[in-house]
Design a protein around this ligand. Sequence first.
Ligand code: NAP
Length: 215
Amino acid sequence: MYNKILVLGAAGQIGRILTKDLLEQTDSDLVLFGRNITDRLSIQNDRVELVNGDFSDEKTLEKAIQDVDLVFVNAMNRAQDIQVIAKVLESKPGIKMLGASMAGLHDDVPKALEEFAQQNLPSSYIEGEKESAQIIEDSNIDYTLLHLTWLYDDPSNTSYELVPTPEILKDAQVTREAVGQAVIDIITDEDQNKYKRKGFGVGEPNTHYDKPSFY
Ligand code: NAP
């Protein structure tokens, strides 16, 4: 079990859902990190500390990471940012990292979903995701990368499956709420070795469509 968790990008959509889940389902203390976070989050809780900062701000990151044993990274599309995060994490061995990455970076989604991503996302975004994942995979960090398929919101649906990368992830969609639950399930699993330095596709079972149903 992790005692103190740093959420990078905590004002983001998954960041907010995960924060709620962590407060409700674990005893961990939280450091919530993000741009202007003190203006954007109004959480009053003894277990929570708010830190204003950008991922590129190495000094602020170094300070925020003190005493933390797990870091959740809620955006992995800018390699410059991930380089800084990786540098700080590599200087503090023993900290676990979980990252919100995207599916399809390892030729691991069906052709139709790959084409849908290419048609609907800027190539610079996909390249940034690829480069960022590579930086983490090439590091000596104890990482778990969650390669998320297309996201939507439905608080009543936390159904998900983990598909070890690079097995094909056929699922076309998953809720952010299910991703939050997947993170909770992973970090509270007694067998942490299952996730060490591995990637997992994350999708909603039985959504083997050519594109997400909400597009
Ligand atoms: P989100 O709402 O955009 O949250 C990402 C958060 O990361 C934002 O709050 C953003 O800050 C923060 N962030 C990014 N760069 C930062 C930096 N340099 N310094 C500080 N904070 C930074 O995204 P989400 O819906 O929670 O999804 C989580 C991740 O999954 C996203 O990064 C997305 O790329 C990825 N993903 C999305 C999909 C999809 O279908 N949408 C599919 C696969 C993967 P600001 O709020 O200040 O901008």
